[in-house]
Design a protein around this ligand. Structure first.
Ligand code: SF4
Ligand code: SF4
Length: 362
């Protein structure tokens, strides 16, 4: 990669694709890239043809286990590889009315896991109200995806560790690496030091301690155009380094593959890595991972209440292929009959040991 491309990517990474009016902010353009020559000319197989080889097309949902709700795309960070294209300039925020519709579904669905994500979900002005209400619904595993730095971003967020503890929230946090250089390269200057401080604050109230019920898991995703290494080996390395260097404890590490969409797609194209990356995803295709990709047990809800097979399809604006498309009309039986919408980005979920918001799947 030339120095000028690196400089351009770094500059661009201070704003979302949307704010930059980048062509890739348009999901149609992203889909054209994903369906482009590499696949249209037959160099690589379309994902649907690949899964058809093992009789897995069309991909169907199983029992709903996870309701993942994206409460807004606003974020205090602008990470280089963000699949949400989140940032301080994004204004899409879930209203209390839509949250109310989600609560109705949370109370009535059989899902055992509620997964709140963003952007930085804590930046939604109704976030605390929503957590308080949702925590009364008796959901077994209530996840909030926190980027850690938000805890230090403003005084009003400093008590988040106590707030999470009060509502027995399961905190899942991105931590691209246990070294400053690799973390700051992906997430911005100063992110590593703030993340370390936030993890120590979470440990102080009991999160992540070996025998604690207050769950604290970390998420790793590669900082470049390569696939994650073995999840268990990385967890071991992260635990050792964070304990020795900063006296930090956490429970599990989830290794997630970067999907070729949004800002990561932008990075792949700008750095001339798109074709090589797609080749490496297709070469690492693992049919066993298809069985458990997260769209088979998850429904994703956007800030404005639309329903998607997963957070990635949400970012590509691929709404569920069902008569029921909005949370206000939610119906388990109707949704369970749908075919899941797939495209070439799905190779990211089925490479190697597979990838989901909860780490590997095979
Ligand atoms: S913290 Fe998460 S949501 Fe925010 S920009 Fe980074 S990857 Fe995107
Ligand atoms: S990207 Fe979404 S739809 Fe495609 S396999 Fe992954 S979870 Fe399923």
């Amino acid at each position: 990669m030339t120095q000028s491309i690196l400089t351009d990517i770094k500059k661009a990474a201070k704003k979302s694709l949307k704010a930059r009016k980048d062509a890739l902010a348009n999901t149609q353009t992203q889909m054209e890239v994903l369906n482009g020559d590499l696949f249209a000319d037959g160099e690589l197989p379309f994902f649907k043809d690949k899964i058809a080889e093992t009789g897995q097309f069309p991909l169907k949902p199983k029992t709903l286990e996870v309701l993942q709700i994206n409460v807004g795309y606003m974020c205090n960070q602008v990470c280089a590889h963000c699949h949400v294209d989140a940032g301080p300039d994004r204004k899409e925020i879930m209203t209390r009315e839509t949250m109310g519709q989600c609560l109705e579904v949370i109370r009535n669905t059989g899902a055992h896991t509620l997964d709140l994500t963003g952007g930085a979900p804590e930046m939604n002005p109704d976030f605390r109200w929503f957590v308080e209400e949702a925590s009364k619904a008796g959901i077994k595993d209530f996840i909030v995806r926190s980027n850690l730095t938000i805890i230090l971003a403003n005084k009003k967020y400093h008590d988040l560790p106590e707030f999470f503890k009060k509502h027995n929230v399961h905190v899942v946090s991105s931590m691209p690496h246990y070294t400053r250089g690799k973390t700051d390269k992906q997430r911005g200057d100063g992110v590593f030091d703030k993340s370390i401080k936030a993890l120590q604050m979470l440990n102080e109230v009991g999160y992540g301690m070996p025998d604690s019920n207050l769950r604290l898991d970390l998420v790793y995703n590669p900082s470049g155009a390569f696939l994650p290494a073995d999840q268990a080996a990385m967890e071991h390395d992260f635990k050792k380094a964070l304990k020795e260097d900063f006296d930090i404890d956490f429970h599990n590490l989830f290794a997630i593959t970067n999907l070729p969409i949004s800002r990561f797609l932008d990075y792949l194209i700008a750095s001339d890595n798109y074709e090589d990356y797609m080749y490496s995803l297709v070469e690492a295709y693992n049919p066993a991972a298809v069985e458990n990709v997260m769209c088979t047990n998850t429904i994703s809800v956007s800030w404005d209440g639309w329903l998607y097979d997963c957070d990635f399809n949400q970012m590509l604006d691929l709404k569920v292929a069902s008569k029921v498309k909005h949370i206000k009309h939610y119906n388990d039986d109707v949704l369970n009959n749908r075919d899941i919408i797939i495209s070439q980005h799905c190779y990211g979920c089925t490479a190697g040991a597979g990838s989901s918001c909860q780490g590997t799947v095979a």
